[in-house]
Write a protein that binds this ligand. Sequence first.
Ligand SMILES: [Zn+2]
Length: 186
Amino acid sequence: MTTRRELEHCYDALTALPEGWSSWDDLMRITLEEARKAEAIDEVPVGAILVAPDGTIVAKAYNRTIIDHDPTAHAEILALRTAGKHLQNYRTEELVLVVTLEPCLMCSGALVHARIRGVVYGAPDHKTGAVDSQLNSFELPLHNHAIWHRAGVLQEECSTMLSAFFKKRRKQIKAEKESRKSRSSS
Ligand SMILES: [Zn+2]
């Protein structure tokens, strides 16, 4: 029988920080840089990186759905594609995903298919988050692969970036509507 101590040891190994890194915050800071690249091209600012146990960042990505005309071009999916090519394997079992926003249902499904080891995210997504907020998709009994996860790493920074983006976008939409209205009435 597995003892509690052995189980705790397994869990510690599973959730361990990649080598050479002293905190998840440091990895999230790199992920935030990716999110900023999305913001710079008017995409929803979400960044994702995949990290190997030896500390190597195997993939970095940011949202590109609008620019690529691709509803699947979420940061997580793009990072998985890069890592798969790099490792020459569609399964990336050793890797941990660090992402600024709680993954959606599509990305959670892809992460299960990739057999990812763990997910660390920053901001919760109250509308479409499929890890904790709307659904605990990593715990569904239909999956035979369990993913460890941790929420709320640099949550403040990740949330602020997203809310500032949406605020700016609402303003732009309002300004466009008003200029259209004034053009049609003149
Ligand atoms: Zn997604």
